[in-house]
Design a protein around this ligand. Structure first.
Ligand SMILES: CC(C)(COP(=O)(O)OP(=O)(O)OC[C@H]1O[C@@H](n2cnc3c(N)ncnc32)[C@H](O)[C@@H]1OP(=O)(O)O)[C@@H](O)C(=O)NCCC(=O)NCCS
Length: 207
């Protein structure tokens, strides 16, 4: 096991527990300004919030070393669906609300009414929720933190939570990361091919 993975712990919270978000934010600032060796950050603390709950269904997952004030990575997500909803209505993909943003290999527009025809989405039964990963980041890349965070997200089992996880992966590195973690390419591209929509289907759900 990589040393950094020792004592790795995980937290999940939504708007009912903003206190955890405040602790994670404090920790993020500390880690960023202390410029810990071998850590890398895409954004400064001013650009990252762990306490933004404006969007209904917002959920955060944090990976931390022993304590949430020592964060090593996060996933900012939105959940929706379940109750028999079809994939097009349940999905929280950003791109669905921007006309023409999502397209398939034949350059057809992907909309809420045809999303259910694409790989991964076609297996969605509506029994469980969909989790949309808006952003996932690891501060110590290529040491397994991101994958462990994904494992934690997949293993949520209150009411067999998360029948499907979706993400818009920006570039080959994230695409490979999601592939390694059992996601498939849906056949849908976003933002003129800059991003690929990746999907994980929970094998506990059978259509
Ligand atoms: C994508 C990301 C979250 C992965 O987190 P991580 O902690 O590095 O993930 P892991 O160590 O579990 O890596 C698993 C796989 O991801 C891919 N990967 C991760 N970092 C990579 C890098 N710097 N270069 C190439 N591939 C990389 C590799 O396939 C890797 O497997 P391997 O090391 O066995 O080849 C991380 O690289 C990151 O924070 N990137 C910047 C933000 C971003 O692009 N987020 C994704 C889009 S929202």
């Amino acid at each position: 096991m990589k040393p950094i993975l020792k004592n790795l712990q995980f937290w999940k919270y939504g708007k009912e527990n903003p206190g955890l978000g405040r602790l994670a934010e404090e920790g993020y600032s500390k880690a960023f300004w202390n410029a810990r060796l071998r850590y890398s950050f895409e954004y400064s603390p001013d650009e990252v919030s762990f306490t933004d709950f404006e969007i209904p269904g917002r959920i955060y997952f944090i990976a931390g070393r022993g304590d949430i004030t020592n964060p090593l990575g996060f996933a900012r997500c939105v959940e929706g669906g379940g109750d028999g909803m079809h994939a097009g209505n349940a999905s929280k993909l950003d791109g669905l609300d921007v006309k023409g943003f999502l397209r398939d290999s034949e350059d057809r527009e992907v909309t809420r009414s045809n999303l259910g025809n694409y790989d991964g989405f076609d297996a969605y039964t509506g029994q469980g929720k969909i989790l949309s990963i808006e952003r996932i980041e690891s501060f110590a890349q290529r040491q397994g933190v991101g994958s462990q965070l994904i494992d934690f997200i997949k293993s949520q089992d209150d009411h067999r939570l998360y029948e499907l996880i979706e993400a818009e992966a920006n570039g080959i590195k994230p695409v490979n990361f999601f592939r390694k973690n059992g996601f498939i390419y849906s056949g849908i591209d976003a933002d003129a091919g800059e991003m690929a929509v990746m999907v994980w289907n929970n094998p506990k759900f059978k259509s």
